[in-house]
Design a protein. Structure first.
Length: 300
């Protein structure tokens, strides 16, 4: 059999190229694939490959460093030409970026945010422009109960909500999130509230206000006391209890928080000596050391 000449990747059909590109990350497409040749650059501009954008640039197991991720994210949103349906942002983000997305993606169905810089005002101004949302995640973000209620009222088709917090060291009761959910999100089917401060009162409000709820995740909700399982099991098909393990699929567990502070402490202690008048990192170092000690005490 004669040796066949290798096929030119530039000659692949457009639909096949799109399928290949969908297996790449946003940064791999924008920083590498589109620079291969003219035909690839053309396909990389096809709005159909920008219906879903995953910009989780950092993860617990595999950190990835990306220069100017906000600019890359805006570029990806622009290429969707208004057809963006799902976007996932982790470890970066701002109010201005969220506004940019909302103003250009009125058909968005899924918005997942894991970035601590988002404020109440920025969140509310964006979410009121996304009436088609069915899935919302706002994990690790300090949002008020009122903001969550406005999200529910602005997105009447919301079926999935993930409102996860860093684990709370304080046992202060707080049912604001739970009451907001109960009063504004009657169509919820999936609810994840890991690390929330809700109490029995808030949980009962959710069970009453969300009659279609099927999946409920209450891991690390340390204020839930008493026998609540009977009523939960009467209504909920899939229940994660407050003391169930978080090691496999929860990004804000004790372990993750510990490694976060370990990394911060290592960076600060290895930093060059501060010049006179520079920012004083001592309080942050003290806080990191405090949480590391607390973590080990909890593990004993």
């Amino acid at each position: 059999m004669k040796n066949e000449e290798p096929k030119n990747w530039a000659d692949l059909p457009t639909d096949l190229m799109c399928l290949i590109l969908l297996r790449l990350s946003v940064t791999e497409i924008l920083e590498n694939a589109q620079k291969v040749c003219r035909s690839w650059r053309y396909v990389c501009k096809d709005p159909s490959i920008w219906r879903k954008i995953d910009m989780r640039i950092l993860s617990y197991n595999k950190p990835v460093l990306v220069n100017n991720p906000e600019a890359i994210c805006r570029n990806a949103v622009d290429r969707s030409e208004g057809g963006l349906l799902e976007i996932n942002i982790g470890d970066f983000g701002s109010d201005s970026l969220l506004t940019y997305i909302a103003e250009r993606s009125s058909n968005l169905r899924s918005l997942r945010l894991m970035c601590s810089e988002i404020t109440d005002d920025g969140f509310v101004q964006a979410v009121v422009k996304l009436p088609m949302l069915e899935e919302l995640e706002v994990s690790g973000i300090s949002l008020s109960g009122e903001s969550m209620k406005l999200a529910g009222l602005s997105c009447p088709n919301l079926k999935t909500l993930m409102l996860n917090r860093l684990f709370y060291l304080s046992s202060d009761d707080d049912d604001h999130d739970a009451i907001a959910i109960a009063e504004s999100m009657p169509k919820l089917r999936h609810l994840q509230l890991c690390g929330n401060k809700l109490t029995k009162t808030g949980l009962n409000a959710i069970l009453d206000g969300c009659p279609h709820l099927e999946h409920l995740d209450l891991r690390q909700c340390i204020n839930l006391v008493g026998n609540l399982e009977k009523r939960c099991f009467e209504k909920i098909k899939d229940l994660r209890r407050h003391n169930d393990s978080t090691s496999a699929d929860y990004p804000f567990s004790f372990e993750t928080y510990y490694f976060h502070w370990s990394r911060q402490l290592a960076i600060l202690k290895n930093a060059l000596p501060m010049e006179e008048g520079a920012y004083n990192f001592d309080p942050i170092v003290e806080e990191a050391e405090y949480y590391l000690k607390l973590y080990w005490d909890l593990c004993q």
